[in-house]
Design a protein around this ligand. Structure first.
Ligand code: B1H
Length: 889
């Protein structure tokens, strides 16, 4: 399909962008040449969308790579300090539009494409999503790279070049179906293969006199993915590693004629970077996963050390002035042991010198307090796969606890312990019953967490050394309280001990980790703990995905400086009451709703009206995120509409409820939530009594490119996790930026959004985090105040109003009978207040002026949530990395 291109969004940028150096005619020539180089036809008109995409991408790549080379060479010459962001996930999404726009080439490209009669949108859709991440954590890493480059900070991301990214979700009869994400089949124009940058990575084997002889080795091969900054000529880098066999073929086997055995080594090596584990906030204790983690961490550290050595020889004490590694959650935390190993075993440093360097180079971010996501690897697993690392971890633990004995605070405890009788072992975490249990049950083998939490921890029978017992709570290596004799390495503790700084990802979360999972560590080293509230890039998440709103903002603010200084969005506040401006704002929102409705039609076949309120919940399906709460209120709404007279019906505020998200493949309850959504949709959408008053659609295969259409078209978005469970949330920030109102709990970054936007402008409900624990520990036992509306809605599900009665039975049971320990995430106790907030939503929607006024205030208040702000804080307060823009020649 061809059509006239839309007017370009962004004209050429200011002085130091990449765009200005070339004339349009030269650019056009280069695009044409690249289109012909696709080899598909000598007639440009005969190329299909995929060919045009490839050709255009190639021409953009030329400019990108040129600027990339200049940046990287300059940084190397300057020998500046780098930040290395170590992450198992980078959810980059598509690159074409972002690259064109970030490079400031939107104008010229728009015009050339227009002349050629090619629609940018069709081109964009021809690109495969780079989905090397699960959800928020992976997308955060991608936003951070955008900000690091835009702020001219010398920095690289390091990760894994998964052959298969996040699975594609399809619906089969309303149930989730998982399909492989074969994203590299059409080639990837955004990467640069580096066949000459390779490292050997060892596994298994033995240690003799501190010398590790791995029994298996693979090669890590580098691929660079240039990251364009905005309005700068800085182009950063994401270096991803691919695993390859050390020997292409096992020649011995091959000569014996065992061809299959010969290929086996290749397959085994390639397995390591084959697939992203799709378990957002949950953990499979699979050895392959640890292999992946060590694989990319070792390659990345070796790479950095090799460059350092080239420049500074063995001057290792200088390393902390040249490199800082940020560990994105526990996934890369084997870095603590690996950096020690490289410095001691390969570079010949002594323990103390190596430890001093390690502790200055590493920093750690925690993203969750969910017990099942806090990685604890069995000592036996690490000991087998990485025997030398296990020795090092053991020694770190011993020295760490010894050092504590000198700390006054600890000293007191230790003395007291020595005097008194041997204490009981520390009270182990008791697994929640019901909800989470079903998840953990479904996991085949869990590292560190008890299998389903059925048995109570055993009491220590043997006499323990009282001093050791007093120190046990600080131990990196702990005994699994549910499996006697099984020792575990708590990777988060290892990271806390080995890092110079530890941070949470929103204000409340950073407080919670100090009070709960890291309490004992905070007590003895409070100086390490910080907060870095998450952010999102205003380029992708406002300027490029919502061009019409961006243009209006630019017009109102008298310039587009807000795109890299989001604090300027606050200038919109003075337009919030301006009726003219409100009308323009509303018209754009409506057009975005229409674009969204068209996309939904294309992807699901469902036709939706665009006058109703668009109410959206998109995120990974998880019990703590409480899609269930949303669905129960939808069931109640349906019930009310059915029970109403025609006159009463005319008073309902029409709604379109959209829910999207993937369920981890083994997460049984999450899959049922998806089916419940589709089942409710099937019933409600075809009920003539309801007509346009209520539509419920599950959006399959929610991912970054969907989000770029959904968020601009949204009017209400739901962020309704049980208080204290969602570390931050980042889609809440994207919605706010795009002027979407929030219904939410006082959890994660919602709290800070409420501070910036004005709490009265959010639909806040639910139990505060301080009350949740008390509720679970005590109140639940006697609580019976079920809201009759809750009971009605739940009974509708149980009675088969939406079909699949038997299938939903245990889902219904999971939130019935609080007193029996069910409903861990407090759906029932929060239901009443949730309906109150939802009623306020309906009421406000009738007042479109007030709704629009608030919508403007959301965008105006969202400046704080730019990842530029977050990254500035990391750079100043943790990394100590300074901007290093490439001087314009
Ligand atoms: C977040 C994860 C996560 N927290 C384990 N933890 C994973 C844990 O594959 N795994 O094993 C994958 C992901 N992801 C999210 O991080 C939080 O839930 C969000 O609240 C937060 O906004 C996001 C970014 O900080």
């Amino acid at each position: 399909t061809r059509a006239i291109a839309e007017p370009p969004v962004k004209t050429a940028p200011g002085s130091n962008g990449v765009a200005t150096s070339e004339g349009d005619s030269k650019l056009k020539e280069s695009i044409l040449q690249n289109l012909l180089n696709t080899g598909s036809s000598t007639h440009i008109e005969a190329l299909d969308a995929k060919d045009v995409y490839r050709g255009v991408a190639q021409s953009v790549r030329e400019k990108l790579v040129a600027a990339f080379n200049r940046t990287q060479e300059y940084w190397r010459e300057e020998d500046t300090k780098f930040i290395y962001y170590l992450s198992a996930e980078f959810l980059m999404g598509r690159s074409l539009l972002n690259t064109v726009q970030n490079l400031g080439l939107g104008g010229p490209y728009g015009e050339v494409l227009k002349e050629l009669g090619v629609k940018m949108e069709a081109l964009v859709d021809a690109e495969q999503n780079a989905a090397l991440g699960n959800g928020g954590l992976g997308r955060l890493a991608a936003c951070f790279l955008d900000s690091i480059a835009t702020l001219d900070l010398p920095g690289w991301g390091y990760g894994i070049r998964y052959k298969y990214g996040m699975f594609k979700q399809a619906l089969k009869g309303g149930y989730q179906d998982e399909l492989p994400d074969i994203w590299l089949t059409n080639g990837n124009p955004w990467e640069i293969a580096r066949p000459n940058i390779t490292y050997r990575i060892g596994f298994y084997g033995t240690v003799d006199q501190f010398q590790w002889s791995p029994a298996e080795e693979v090669i890590a091969k580098a691929y660079d993915n240039p990251i364009p900054g905005f309005q700068t000529s800085t182009v950063g880098n994401l270096r991803l590693w691919e695993a390859l066999p050390l020997h292409e073929f096992d020649l011995a086997a091959f000569n014996k004629g065992d061809y299959v055995q010969a290929v086996e080594e290749r397959r085994k090596a390639e397995d390591i970077s084959a697939v992203l584990y799709p378990n957002d906030a949950t953990e499979y204790g699979k050895e392959l996963r640890l292999k992946q983690q060590y694989f990319f961490v070792s390659a990345s550290l070796q790479d950095v050390l090799a460059r350092f050595r080239e420049r500074h020889g063995a001057n290792w004490p200088l390393l902390p002035e040249k490199a800082c590694f940020q560990m994105n959650d526990t996934h890369p935390t084997i870095a603590v042991a690996e950096l020690m190993r490289l410095l001691i075993d390969c570079e010949g440093l002594g323990w103390d010198a190596a430890w001093a360097i390690t502790q200055k180079c590493l920093a750690f971010t925690n993203h969750t307090v969910m017990p099942e996501a806090l990685e604890k690897w069995p000592v036996a697993v690490i000991g087998k796969l990485l025997p030398r690392h296990m020795e090092i971890i053991d020694k770190i633990d011993t020295i760490w606890k010894d050092s504590l004995k000198e700390q006054e605070k600890v000293l007191g405890q230790v003395e007291a312990a020595a005097k008194s009788a041997p204490p009981k072992p520390p009270k182990a975490e008791i697994k929640p019953k019901g909800a989470v249990e079903s998840l953990t049950d479904a996991l085949t083998f869990k590292a560190g967490e008890p299998s389903g939490g059925k048995e109570e921890p055993e009491e220590g029978e043997e006499e323990e050394d009282p001093v050791e017992a007093a120190l046990a709570k600080y131990s990196i290596i702990t005994e699994n309280p549910w499996e006697k004799g099984v020792k575990l390495v708590n990777m988060a503790y290892l990271a806390v001990v080995g890092s110079k700084a530890v941070n949470g990802v929103a204000a409340i979360h950073s407080e919670i980790i100090k009070d709960t999972i890291f309490k004992d560590f905070y007590d003895v080293m409070p100086h390490k703990f910080q907060n870095k509230t998450n952010g999102v890039t205003p380029r992708r998440w406002l300027a490029w995905c919502n061009p019409a709103l961006a243009a209006l903002i630019t017009e109102a603010l008298g310039g587009d400086e807000w795109i890299n200084d989001a604090t300027r969005l606050s200038g919109l506040r003075k337009f919030a009451d301006d009726k003219d401006f409100q009308a323009k704002w509303r018209a754009i929102k409506l057009a975005n709703k229409e674009r969204l409705a068209a996309k939904i039609k294309e992807r699901t076949g469902v036709t939706l009206p665009t006058t109703p309120l668009y109410d959206i919940q998109i995120k990974r399906i998880h019990e703590y995120k409480r899609q269930y709460l949303n669905l129960l209120s939808v069931a109640w709404r349906y019930h009310q509409i059915k029970a109403a007279t025609p006159l009463e019906r005319s008073k309902f505020v029409p709604r379109v409820v959209l829910i999207g998200g993937k369920a981890a493949s083994a997460y049984y309850m999450a899959k049922k939530i998806i089916r419940l959504t589709t089942a409710i949709g099937e019933t409600v959408n075809s009920d003539p009594d309801v007509s346009d008053l209520l539509k419920v659609v599950f959006l399959p295969d929610y991912n970054v490119d969907w989000a770029e259409v959904i968020i601009p078209g949204s009017e209400l978005s739901q962020h309704i996790s049980t208080a204290g469970t969602e570390a931050s949330g980042t889609s809440n920030m994207k919605f706010a930026m795009n002027g979407c109102l929030i219904i939410g709990t006082m959890d994660g970054a919602n709290i800070e959004i409420a501070e910036e936007v004005g709490k009265e402008n959010l639909f806040v409900f639910g139990m505060p985090a301080e009350d949740v624990q008390g509720w679970r520990d005590g109140k639940r036992a006697e609580w019976k105040d079920y809201d009759p509306r809750f009971t009605t809605a739940l009974n509708m599900i149980k009675d088969g109003v939406f079909g699949d009665k038997e299938y939903f039975q245990d889902l219904a049971d999971s939130i019935s009978d609080m007193s029996k320990g069910n409903d861990w995430f407090l759906v029932a106790p929060d239901f009443t207040d949730y309906l109150r907030a939802q009623a306020e939503v309906d009421k406000l929607y009738l007042d479109q002026d007030e709704w629009t006024r608030r919508s403007i205030l959301y965008t105006a208040g969202s400046g704080f949530f730019s990842s530029d702000r977050t990254i500035k804080q990391y750079a100043d307060e943790i990394w100590d990395v300074k901007p290093m823009p490439v001087p314009s020649s």
